[in-house]
Design a protein around this ligand. Structure first.
Ligand code: MG
Length: 155
């Protein structure tokens, strides 16, 4: 087996669509970034790459014209196809750090979306919310961050 860890943080900006874990969320601000800014899927993708020792998301998808506005689901799917050959995902545990929007009602949809993208049942995916209680850029509602751990097993 192999374990990988991923982290990401993006600033919240006006005029961007908010997408977390591949789920579009109705909110006046979105995550700024070269791609769609989906910090949750970026953390999961980096965890997959970490577990397989195949670099990081920046190595795979540099900030050039090819990946401008990229759908992070496509980035994860490509990593799954190319880096995870011979491996299957056992489980994923994800922390989403956001003081806004309130994550409560969104966690299930994010969990199901990540599970679908990883090709595993939602029961093998955990999505936990943290508000940071007013501390730092996350706590002040200026950014959203995510942490992910994945476990892989040889097929
Ligand atoms: Mg990112």
């Amino acid at each position: 087996m192999a374990v990988g860890i991923g982290f990401d943080i993006h600033p919240l900006k006006r005029g961007r669509k908010l997408i977390l874990g591949g789920v579009p969320i109705d909110f006046p601000l979105g995550l700024d970034g070269h791609s769609d800014g989906d910090a949750v899927l970026h953390a999961v993708t980096d965890a997959l790459l970490g577990a397989t020792g195949k670099g990081d998301i920046g190595d795979w998808f540099p900030s050039d014209d090819r990946f401008r506005g990229a759908d992070s689901r496509d980035l994860l799917r490509k990593v799954r196809r190319q880096a995870l050959r011979g491996w299957k995902v056992e489980n994923a545990d994800v922390n989403v750090l956001a003081s806004r929007p309130v994550l409560g009602a969104l966690k299930l949809a994010i969990r199901q979306s990540i599970a679908r993208l990883l090709g595993i049942p939602a029961s093998r995916v955990s999505v936990k919310g943290k508000t940071a209680r007013g501390l730092g850029d996350v706590g002040k509602g200026k950014a959203i961050a995510a942490q992910a751990v994945v476990e892989l097993r040889r097929r």
